[in-house]
Design a protein. Structure first.
Length: 373
């Protein structure tokens, strides 16, 4: 904007939500859950001739929360006032309970508002947020417990050999932690496939008890596991702290958090080595920034959970950021839904420094068959 030009602060004129159901490309499972499709709730918000995009991977009911509770308190507000919009949404959901699906709905709208703001200013979102890095490190993530040995090898080889990603994660905790023998075998297969120079991450999705988790890692020291995600339930802060105190791998959790105080309790309990933030769940970009500052005050880094193209810009603007999850399901969906998606070659994403906002364009016609409402 030229010096002395009139400041234009357009009002938000529309906010809508759509639901899409996307089948997986193969049956998928982790230690505590199985699924064959992924639901996407997509938000589009308009002001000043621009449109912002946000989304969350959540139940279809989030769309009703967005249109029924959130849209009325956001529409008509100044598009640049993302803080005021965030506060208004929190006040609107007081009696609906901010946690769970309500938090996911808020996150989708907040991300759309930040994208809109950057597009109105014609700047890339990470520049608007104040970038601290040009490259965002990622780790390949999938390795579902439902995969055969051949499927696992194909996926891991793709990340390591074709895309040169130097860190990968597989799911363990087979059958709610009752088949540790198979967990060990899959971990060993993974190490054989990826070689000695790639970091090995594992994710139990809360399937084990604390002592089970400890015994598993103590029985496989030769594998050099460096990241142990949710060895026990993320609600079991004492159990997380117990595992953290014994194993050499970094213990991580936090993907289900939807507000600052959830993460405050995790920090105060000294439960993790790295907090996981999901921008599509934690309250969006506005709350991500607050949580990242909280983590920094406790000497912790943060890692981005899933939704890589929704997360990459705020990750690039977070000083105490470690890495971002390049999750198989979400990578596949985001490439289907948008033009402008990023390349994982070399193990890092480079946000577009030319395109405004999040740099994505919705492929409306291409995804129409997946829309359910």
């Amino acid at each position: 904007m030229a010096t002395g030009a009139a400041w234009a602060d357009p009002a938000i004129t529309g906010l809508e939500a759509a639901v899409y159901e996307v089948p997986t490309d193969a049956p998928e499972a982790d230690g505590t859950f199985a699924w064959d499709s992924t639901t996407v709730v997509l938000v589009r918000v308009q002001a000043g001739g621009c449109e912002g995009l946000g989304w969350t991977y959540a139940p279809a009911g989030c769309a009703q929360l967005i249109t029924g509770l959130l849209a009325p308190v956001v529409t008509g507000r100044a598009a640049f006032d993302t803080g005021a919009c965030a506060l208004a949404m929190l006040q609107a959901v007081r009696n609906a309970n901010r946690s769970g699906a309500v938090g996911y709905a808020i996150s989708a709208v907040d991300c759309a508002l930040w994208d809109l703001k950057a597009r109105l200013l014609d700047v890339p979102l990470h520049r608007l947020l104040g970038a601290v890095r040009d490259r965002v490190d990622i780790y390949g993530s999938g390795g579902f417990t439902s995969y055969s040995s051949a499927q696992l090898e194909q996926q891991l080889s793709g990340w390591v050999e074709r895309e040169n990603i130097p860190r990968v994660k597989i799911k363990i905790g087979q059958d709610r932690g009752t088949n540790i023998f198979r967990d060990r075998e899959r971990m060993r297969q993974t190490r054989r496939i990826i070689g000695d120079d790639v970091e090995l991450f594992v994710d139990a999705n809360g399937a084990y008890t604390a002592k089970q988790a400890i015994r598993l890692l103590q029985s496989t020291p030769e594998l050099g596991v460096v990241w142990f995600e949710e060895p026990v339930s993320s609600d079991d802060l004492a159990g997380l702290r117990h595992v953290r105190a014994v194993v050499s791998a970094d213990v991580a959790a936090g993907e289900y958090g939807t507000d600052l105080y959830y993460f405050l309790r995790m920090c105060q309990a000294e439960a993790v080595d790295c907090l996981q933030l999901d921008v599509s769940r934690c309250g969006g970009i506005t709350e991500w920034q607050r949580i990242a500052a909280l983590a920094a005050a406790h000497g912790l880094q943060v890692s981005g959970h899933c939704a890589p193209h929704l997360s990459v810009h705020v990750a690039a603007a977070t000083q105490n950021f470690r890495h971002l999850e390049w999750f198989h399901d979400h990578v596949r969906i985001e490439r289907m839904f948008f033009d402008g998606t990023l390349d994982a070659q070399g193990g890092a994403l480079v946000p577009d420094s030319a395109a405004p906002g999040n740099g994505l364009t919705l492929r409306t016609a291409d995804i129409a068959d997946f829309r359910t409402r």
